[in-house]
Design a protein around this ligand. Sequence first.
Ligand code: MTE
Length: 318
Amino acid sequence: MLIKTNRGISSSEITDAKLFLERRRLIRIAIGSAIGTLGAGLAAHAAPGAPKAFEKVRKSDYSLQEEPTDYDYITQYNNFYEFGTSKEAPAVLSQGLKTRPWSVVIEGEVEKPGVYDLEEIILSQVLEERIYRLRCVEAWSMVVPWVGFPLGQWLKQFNPTSRAKFVEFVTLFDPDQMPGQRRAVLDWPYVEGLRIDEAMHPLTIMVVGLYGKLLPNQNGAPLRLVVPWKYGFKSIKSIVKIRLIEQMPKTAWNKSAPNEYGFFANVNPNVDHPRWSQKRERVIGSGLFTPKRDTELFNGYAEQVAHLYAGMDLRKFY
Ligand code: MTE
């Protein structure tokens, strides 16, 4: 995400993907397999009690038939402003985040509100591997083999009432553990939201792992959202609270720059961001000289989700 400030964007805050990739290439040449070792190390850092459910992760029909991006890129090129605004910072600064035990508050328009233990949530779900493309609003993308479960199926367990029109998600607020929250980069905690039909759509998942392992902290451990037809900023990380509500929630990016980051945030090559084109995207990990790929409407899921927006002007509801 690019923050617009009066002084413009400081280059030390934002690493251009090209620069990042070149730096990575040089590091690879310099230290050979060390990066692989780091990747394995991060995975091995998985919290104890890696849920039994991980032993039988089922393949999903919703997966893309594409080769996933390298684990190193997925876990070392991140947006997680609670741990800094550079791409490299989250992989380093998030390692101290305590992700177990973890509980999630479910409240608002449900018959069964409560505080639910994450380990129990995971054990009660059938985990699936879903290979999805993550298309960031910054015009880059990756293909990620997420491990998770459908959000809608899970939410139904709490018996939403007829007044539940939207779902609000809230990230942990803990500046001691999340150093980025000591700066007013965003109005913390990070909040995101979906319309109830978007939340209930079978493509929308809660994620607890990737590449068959527990989710690394920098990717949003222990629980994050993934909505594959929307820009990556909708995929809120380290969720502690989910509220079912009647009114559209005020989301962190929408509050920060309403003309740049809309509530819907559907991937759309025909609606440019006010400061750059959304027609094409850099494919992270594909090499410096690989051409960008054409961005697809709804990130390639138009057939499955376009009907949710029938009759809506997608330029107005961006
Ligand atoms: N969630 C929180 N809490 N804080 C963030 O800064 N960044 C978002 C999203 N979720 C973000 C967040 C953005 S802009 C993107 S593109 C994705 O996370 C990046 O996910 P990844 O690091 O797993 O690729």
